[in-house]
Ligand binder design. Sequence first.
Ligand code: PBG
Length: 327
Amino acid sequence: MGFPVVRARRLRSSENMRRLVRENHITTDDLIYPLFVTNGAGINNPVASMPGVFQQSVDKILMETDEVVKLGIPGVLLFGIPAYKDSQGSSAYDENEAVQRAIGEIKQRHPDLLVIPDLCMCEYTSHGHCGILDEKGNVINDETIAVLAKIALSYAAAGADIVAPSDMMDGRVAAIRNALDANGYSNIPIMSYSAKYASGFYGPFRDVAESTPQFGDRRGYQMDPANSDEALKEVWLDIEEGADIVMVKPALPYLDIIRRIKDEFKMPVAAYNVSGEFAMVKAAAQNGWLDEKRVVMEALTGMKRAGADIIITYHAKDVAKWLKGEQ
Ligand code: PBG
């Protein structure tokens, strides 16, 4: 028997030695790239807090998907910046809106690319909350899930491959599943944002998606960062209601949650490496304080090691390039 520390060192002695015994790998197969689609034409608005991320009109989104397909990334997550907002979020199920048109056009151009619309009301309501509100400003759960089901149907009709509900209303997965099944879309999976924490790390996203709540915050319906058992309960409920893929969001501060979910349920788990996690790395890299490629690969490998099967990340195109050996 070799002294264990020495033995471990023997297997770390060179990159090829480390490759042989490496337990976890990031591959392009794991990645989903988020896109922000807006109305109009020729629009490519940069977002200050998210270098490399843009609000794009459908024509620009199509060029973006050409690159995504060329890089071998399997899917895109679509967020919408609608032409109009009202208290009922009705632009969310308007077939002439940016997201619905983008889904149709992307699928026509790239039939195999998975197009996954994010399904939530916060980008579409004038108040910026994730549902229909009562006169006190509280979300009315049951009215909201009826609207979510309606939005899901409009995405399915446009040609979506997967729908991804990102609100945290009770019973929404079942409502969406029932609506899809009743309308001939039983083949469309649901990727549910099951364990979604009330997080400060969504800050930059709310700039790009223009979805900051006009009053209050989302702590009433998103999870308390201090809780872990509760995440298992939320995931269990979503699976019971018909979720095919469950998601944890954000990723880095919640790797323990990913691991617990994977161990407990053996379901496909997605990790959302959110806007704030991206912005921190970008800011530090731009200052020369961190080696971007190294820390991104380290962070994403951490998510895989924790048990994530799928990683939704704004770094996806860069990672795919690095994996191809490009800079
Ligand atoms: C809600 C939604 C949000 C994000 C994804 N879907 C914002 C929120 O929950 O407040 C955040 C993603 C990110 O920060 O990158 N539609």
